[in-house]
Design a protein around this ligand. Structure first.
Ligand SMILES: Cc1ncc(COP(=O)(O)O)c(C=O)c1O
Length: 408
């Protein structure tokens, strides 16, 4: 017999979390119970337009039918083998993902941070085995205001004190230079440099889009210096900016691309290091691994995600809807918005600090049925599912206008 669980209200559920959940997040006070496409519904049946999309993990919306079907089909057949054995889904996933990105080999992992960690390990190994850097001397150059995840090594090169403080001692071997500054990058690269690791658009920093020519400059500089260009496309990739990868805006092909978030279709965590053969070939059995990485369920969902992207439809939608987003935001400048940056269907919007913090604005929008999240200070991020309609997007922008006008 199924036990009958008494329904609890949103307020009760939020209260119940307090004593038992680690306080490493500060969620908006909304308790989501179901979702479809660009919409979520709370415990009381209130509907909200999801303008965050799981930090781009839900690029295809909630429960995209093709992805749910792929998951169901796989759940009925085989879910986990570990990499101790082969499974019949992994080869196709790797082949199609490599082809989609224009690279050669795939290292499957689970979360974004794991892909970054794996990328760092691979770059170091490449530096020792191929480039000939003396043992334990490899360095990796990264950008200030980066966000690459939360592990101890990754926070070692974060410039965000909240992310770092209290978690030392830190992993050595990283040099931090300002983002979007080729001269500083050039000065930091030397014969010990294994890689330059950057986000092609800095997401958590507030959707910071570098100047035209920066990514081309990074490509040329790393090639000249004989080190790897590692692009963290975990948030910027897989359609979000109007291209499969954000580096495509400058027709640049990095040596290594890190993917995550949307690769799991909003269903399971799937991440990957995708790279040139010469780079990923440095790994030998036993040197790196993951029990869940490349499991058949992840591979089935990941393949279905790649299949959606192969059509080009989502990239086109992101580009077209991105035009509407940009136009809408331009019309709000001076009306509560002091500035914004956008690329494709992704924007960092700086709200006039006099109108409230990003958090306060997010709460006001929530009360009007729009879910967004602040990044820093008075900046909010807009990143709806790529399946959102033009009308839904326009209506969300109208709500933003209304909410800001009310505070002015
Ligand atoms: C660019 C980038 N890299 C890495 C990560 C870490 O991904 P995860 O939270 O899946 O570990 C994130 C998450 O926001 C990200 O935006």
């Amino acid at each position: 017999m199924t036990a009958v669980v008494p329904a609890r209200t949103s307020a009760e559920l939020i209260g119940a979390e307090e004593p038992v959940l680690a306080h490493n997040y500060h969620p908006l006070p909304v308790v989501v119970a179901r979702a479809e496409g660009a919409w979520v519904e709370d415990v009381e049946g209130r509907r909200y337009l999801d303008m965050l999309a799981g930090y781009s993990a839900l690029n295809f919306g909630h429960r995209h039918p093709a992805l749910v079907e792929a998951a169901h089909r796989q759940l009925d057949r085989l879910t986990l083998t570990s990499r101790a054995f082969h499974n019949d889904r992994l080869a196709e996933f790797a082949e199609r993902l490599a082809a989609l990105t224009g690279l050669d080999m795939v290292l499957p992992m689970n979360t974004g941070a794991e892909a970054v960690e794996s990328g760092i390990k691979v770059a170091r190994k490449w530096a020792y085995d191929v480039k000939g850097v003396p043992a334990d001397r490899a360095t990796i150059v990264v950008a200030a205001d980066n966000f690459h995840g939360r592990t101890t090594t990754i926070v070692s090169f974060s410039t965000d004190e909240v992310a770092r403080s209290g978690f030392g001692p830190f992993t050595p071997g990283f040099r931090v230079v300002p983002y979007n500054d080729l001269a500083a990058l050039e000065a930091a690269v030397d014969e010990t440099t294994a890689a330059v690791l950057i986000e092609p658009v800095q997401g958590e920093a507030g959707v910071i889009v570098p100047d035209d020519g920066y990514l081309t400059g990074v490509r040329e500089l790393t090639r000249r210096a004989g080190c790897l260009f590692v692009a963290d496309e975990i948030q910027s990739g897989l359609g979000r900016t109007g291209r499969t990868l954000a580096v495509e805006h400058e027709s640049v092909v990095p040596d290594v691309v890190l993917l995550g978030k949307a690769l799991g279709g909003g269903i399971v965590p799937v991440s990957a290091v995708v790279a040139r053969r010469e780079v990923l070939e440095v790994l030998r059995p036993g040197e790196h691994g993951s029990t869940f990485g490349g499991n058949p369920l992840a591979a089935a969902v990941g393949t279905a995600v790649v299949e959606l992207l192969e059509t080009g439809e989502f990239q086109r939608r992101a580009a077209e809807l991105g035009g509407i987003l940009r136009e809408g935001l331009e019309s709000l400048v001076g009306k509560g918005v002091v500035g914004f940056r956008s690329r494709g269907l992704w924007a960092g919007v700086d709200v006039d600090p006099a109108l409230g913090t990003g958090r306060e604005v997010s709460e006001r929008l929530m009360r009007e049925g729009i879910l967004v999240k602040d990044t820093h200070g008075s900046t909010i991020r807009l990143a709806p599912p790529l399946t959102v309609t033009a009308e839904e997007l326009q209506s969300a922008l109208h709500t933003v206008e209304k909410v800001l006008a009310r505070q002015a």
